[in-house]
Ligand binder design. Structure first.
Ligand code: S3P
Length: 443
């Protein structure tokens, strides 16, 4: 859990969302900018950096390994890269808080160093599966130890020497792919990773931006070890995963009309747009442009009547972080929404299938969890009390549900919203959500 004192959100009905909104920077891109900037030659200047607890944990880890950085301040961060082999041994374990991305990507990067490292996390991260990275890393010659059940802490031995591998990922995971590519930078020979379905490709794009040769074919990415990265400027777009809460909030609430500015619309991340459109949302993507190797646009959403759908499984990896918000859309739609093929949701920051089903039921919705998804019957939401189980995205999804509830919705355990979306409550209030942040009575 977050170290911040426990807080709850209280949403009073009657709000609607209006105006121009710029949500904070993309979490995935911000993590990668620090990691690649840290091991590049020269400086990397980042704007739009997400100053959330997760990405700050990555930054603190690189500072602990001798990387100097100025900022972040108002999203500006300058990383003075130490070069491919310039990281130094940290004085103690690297604490990565709630951040699965930090831990899984660093596992690969650390396997290539000359020193030993221990990676730790909070209670939620300490329960998340790490064999998906430790098993293939062991095939590269890395020596890593996790707990007996395959969870953190991870102890990684330095100086072992890595070799390139060909890895066919059993699950579609950008974290696993990125972990192996980062290890591959330090491996002898070629590393290739095949994915069963497209996953976010920010690592590949950014490596190319840093001047590293990456060979990309449909379903497969390869690189040769031993090259160098050259510092660059990175403009981080607003995070579509954070924008998704406002898309759903506006779609489900009569009289809403929001313009979400400068949102990253990398095609490996836009599943939520497709899903909401299939549900009948009034959503337009305008002013499309390229910013530093990533597509960006403004997204306008007006309220409309949504209909329940069977979510196409091919969209699951492309909307993997947006299902808490999508479930809320399903609860406000006419008819039934059915999700299958999404068992991965059970091993996110919380078990998002169970925790969302419990919360929706607490609001009077007929939601049935299944092993790999959920069935939700859209119906009027009552008020009630919901527990987010310290999951940032669950907390924000239920905050938007409060727009459509008959009575007040209270959401417990919301401090971790700061991991990905600092300032969420004030931005949402500014847009028209009647949200109060209170110290939790159950603190
Ligand atoms: C991320 C990949 C996704 C996503 C996570 C961020 C990344 O995880 O859920 O929030 O930055 O690579 P998986 O790749 O494990 O699905």
């Amino acid at each position: 859990m977050s170290d911040s004192p426990s807080v709850s959100f209280s949403i009073t009905p009657g709000g609607r969302l209006r105006g121009r909104i710029r949500v904070p920077g993309d979490k995935s891109i911000s993590h990668r900018a620090v990691m690649l900037g840290g091991i590049a030659d020269g400086d990397t200047e980042i704007s739009g950096f997400l100053e959330g607890e997760d990405t700050l944990a990555t930054l603190a880890a690189f500072r602990a390994m001798g990387v100097r950085a100025e900022g972040p301040s108002h999203g500006r961060l300058v990383i003075h890269g130490v070069g491919r082999d310039g990281l130094s041994a940290p004085a103690g374990a690297l604490h990565l808080g709630n951040s699965g991305t930090s831990m899984r990507l660093l596992a690969g990067l650390m396997a290539g160093q000359s020193f030993n490292v221990e990676l730790t996390g909070d209670a939620s991260l300490s329960g998340r599966p790490m064999r998906r990275v430790t098993d293939p890393l062991a095939d590269t010659g890395a020596v890593l130890h996790a707990s007996e059940d395959g969870t953190p802490p991870l102890r990684i031995q330095g100086g072992t020497g890595l070799r390139g591998i060909l890895y066919d990922m059993p699950v579609a995971s950008a974290q696993v792919k990125s972990c192996l590519l980062l290890a591959g930078l330090y491996a002898q020979g070629r590393t290739c990773v095949s994915e069963p379905a497209p996953t976010r490709d920010h690592t590949e794009r950014m490596l190319q931006g840093f001047g590293y040769r990456v060979v990309r074919e449909p379903g497969r990415v390869c690189l040769d070890g031993g090259g160098i990265l050259t510092g660059m400027n990175i403009d981080v777009p607003a995070d579509i995963s954070s924008a998704a809460f406002f898309m759903v909030g506006a779609a489900i609430t009569e009289g809403s009309d929001v313009l979400l500015e400068h949102v990253g619309i990398n095609p490996t991340r836009t599943g939520v747009i497709e899903i909401l459109r299939l549900m009948g949302a009034d959503l337009s993507v305008v002013n499309e442009r390229q910013v530093g190797g990533e597509p960006v646009a403004d997204i306008q959403v007006r309220s409309s009547r949504l209909r329940g759908i069977r979510i196409p499984e091919r969209l699951v990896p492309l909307a993997i972080d947006e299902f808490p918000a999508v479930f809320v859309a399903g609860a406000c739609a006419d008819g039934e929404t059915v999700l299958t093929g999404a068992a991965e949701l059970r091993v996110k920051e919380s078990d998002r299938i169970q925790v969302m089903a419990d919360g929706l039921r607490a609001l009077g919705v007929d939601a049935s969890p299944t092993p790999d998804g959920m069935r939700i019957k859209g119906e009027p939401l009552s008020g009630g009390e919901v527990n987010s189980h310290g999951d940032h995205r669950v907390a924000m999804a239920f905050a938007m549900a409060g727009l459509r509830a008959r009575d007040t919705v209270v959401i417990e355990d919301c401090a971790n919203v700061n991991t990905s979306f600092p300032g969420f409550a004030s931005l949402a209030r500014h847009a028209g959500l009647d949200i109060l942040v209170e110290p939790s009575p159950y603190g």
